[in-house]
Design a protein around this ligand. Sequence first.
Ligand code: HEC
Length: 192
Amino acid sequence: MRTIPKFMIAGCAMMFSGPAFATCTSEVAKDDLTDEQVVELYDCIRDSLREGYAKEGGQWTSDYPSWGETSSQPVAAGTHGNRFLITFVNETGHAEYVKFSDERGPMPAGSVLAKESFNLNKKNQVQKGPLFFMEKVAAGNADEYGNWVYSVVQPNGKPAKISQKFCHDCHGAFSDQDSMGYPDEDYRITSQ
Ligand code: HEC
């Protein structure tokens, strides 16, 4: 497991909680879940999660499930409210992303990264989390933020009001990785 600096974990602990989704529950608490149990919970919530994201017809919300995967399963990496996270990358960016290079130039303009999220609450019920996006735009369009445009869709499909600065203050710390955090090393998919 990779360790993540503490300031990053604290950063967005309470971001956009979704309603509990009582039909998907766990026998054990979040910290005791095995990888297999995380996958079972994901299998349970996935369709409903995706239906919610796509409900308002937001950009990419119905396309991203067909994009390339980047990890073998959702993992709680510590950031993004310590939710379970799983990232998909569109065709423009996927081959570059899955190099997981830690010394890289900019991703191709037009790359879009989408990250689903969910959590397990204190009652061991699955709780839907937001869908996070990063879009790489052509140089000069968002220089201040590494030419990334950040956005968030809530579990009900509505866009969340976010600050580019808030997202990039943390992402920009991954300066050798073109501001991308990448999934936990133990779960990365390098080719499909
Ligand atoms: C406190 C630090 C922090 C903040 C704030 C943060 N992120 Fe992240 N983000 C990470 C880390 C670390 C990862 C990689 C972990 C993972 O995906 O498993 C990541 C991954 C992502 C990814 C997947 C692509 C990648 O590898 O970087 C997207 C998309 C994303 N974040 C969007 C956002 C958006 C949108 C916001 C603002 C609403 C945001 N993030 C705020 C730390 C942060």
